[in-house]
Design a protein around this ligand. Sequence first.
Ligand code: DGP
Length: 210
Amino acid sequence: MTRGVLIAIEGLDRTGKTTQTSRLLERLDKSGVDATLIKFPERTTPIGRIINTYLTDKAFELSDQSAHLLFSANRWELAEKIRNLLEDGKTVVLDRYVYSGVAYSSAKGLPFDWCLSPDLGLPKPDIVLFMKFKHEDNVTREGFGEERYEVAEFQQRVKTQFEKFQNEDNWKTIYVDNKSIEEVGELIWAEYEVVARREREALQKFTKLE
Ligand code: DGP
């Protein structure tokens, strides 16, 4: 059996990640692919509940370092589940992952490498789809909500940090400006198919060697 595909969908707040991850799940399901969606932060775990309070209650004080380590610990809470699903041949779609962890905390001024280190050892995605507005105006025009990080100026700094990953071998940028939900969905699906085909071909080669 081939290992399942691990896909992470990343991006700033309000780029449509949640809409696209659930559409991707539906399409995988219709295509007969056994897939699971995991959204980070996973707010229902013991650590996730603290993160939820941190995000929604601005009076809840936590040092930036503590907040960062909680977000990372939240990913580690789910790491074994992700690994087991992949080993069972299931595809796993992540709505945010390590890259959000590093981008949001380093945007606050914490050192980039320090931010990355607690996540080292987590399952590496086969592909990271970074949803992004090409034109900055589209970020600031979007109305942000009430949560802690939903401030346009901060989002710009997060974007700069995210872009430091753009030369990673598993990184693909999806531009969302002026595209319909369906058009963005097609771009994401095309990227998924490339990775899924690569996994199948790798398995065939391996089988031939046996
Ligand atoms: P979401 O549920 O996707 O809207 O995320 C909630 C907020 O938390 C959002 O502003 C992005 C931020 N966030 C997500 N993951 C992390 C992380 O690992 N570290 C930090 N510092 N912030 C994160």
